[in-house]
Design a protein around this ligand. Structure first.
Ligand code: PEP
Ligand code: MN
Length: 264
């Protein structure tokens, strides 16, 4: 069902208020790895509004490698996130980690994110097949392109056709970067599926200085959009600060992404 053989026309998702994801426009989504406070959200949302970025990312349920690391503000944080975003015309993408959260999060998200550690959580995918909200599925940490497509097939065949695929880097033998951003996946996915393909260069390379370069490369590779981490003070971020852009870097990247998209 997610194959181009089944549907030739590219899928374009309409999030409302003129926000679309898919061919015909460049989707930009930015924000902190973790939602930390109302003050932080205010600053980041202002940064997004100033740069005409309509989608904010930010986790309230965080899958952390260490159980002692900050694990997010939970539902209370999500409710604040939602209220503040609505006031500013911003759409929200945030990670859902387990089946029980799908229903409680439903009214407060615009796009459910399935994280790389949950790409093959088939119960979660089944649950998301039953909702009427878009789902962005990240590629598994050691997942193949085919496995990513199979995960999408779970949600699609469950009845939810509002899907976005996200290349966020895979684990390889290389240790010079956090992950290996597999830009090969972009043209391959674009050929194989009618679904929108987004690139996450922040988790893909994991090093702040190189995030803009890889974001631009993602657009040139044919991505429909870029999702990246931005924060008012990356060095103080509760998670993933080392791969997070400050507002100045983010603003410059947004400008360059729009320029490069036009050249494509
Ligand atoms: C994130 O988006 O902050 C995140 C945890 O991503 P991933 O699942 O790709 O590691
Ligand atoms: Mn992160």
């Amino acid at each position: 069902l997610v194959s181009r053989k089944w549907r030739v026309r590219p899928t374009v998702l309409d999030l409302g208020d003129g926000v679309r994801i898919g061919e015909g426009s460049l989707t930009l989504a930015a924000g902190p790895c973790s939602i930390e406070s109302e003050k932080q959200m205010e600053l980041i949302m202002q940064h997004l509004v100033d740069n005409d970025v309509r989608i904010m990312r930010g986790g309230v349920f965080k899958p952390r490698s260490s159980p002692y690391a900050f694990r997010g503000l939970g539902m209370e944080g999500l409710k604040d996130f939602h209220r503040m975003a609505r006031q500013r015309g911003i759409k929200i993408v945030t990670e859902v980690m387990q089946v029980s959260q799908v229903e409680e999060m439903h009214d407060y998200v615009d796009v459910f994110q399935v994280g790389a550690r949950n790409t093959q959580n088939f119960n979660l995918l089944d649950a998301l097949g039953g909702v009427d909200k878009p789902v962005m599925i990240k590629r598994g940490i050691s997942g193949t392109i085919e496995e990513l497509l199979s995960s999408a097939e779970y949600v699609f065949s469950g009845g939810n056709e509002k899907l976005i695929l996200c290349e966020r880097g895979i684990r390889t033998f290389e240790t010079a970067s956090r992950n290996t951003l597999d830009l090969n996946a972009v043209p391959i996915l674009k050929e194989k599926t009618h679904l929108p393909v987004i690139v996450d260069p922040s988790h893909g390379i994991g090093i702040r200085e190189y995030v803009p370069t890889m974001a631009l490369a993602g657009v040139m590779a044919g991505a429909d959009g870029i999702i990246y981490e931005a924060h008012e003070k990356p060095e103080e971020a509760a998670s993933d600060g080392a791969q997070t852009l400050n507002f100045q870097e983010s603003e410059r990247l947004i400008r360059n992404l729009r320029r490069v998209y036009k050249l494509r």
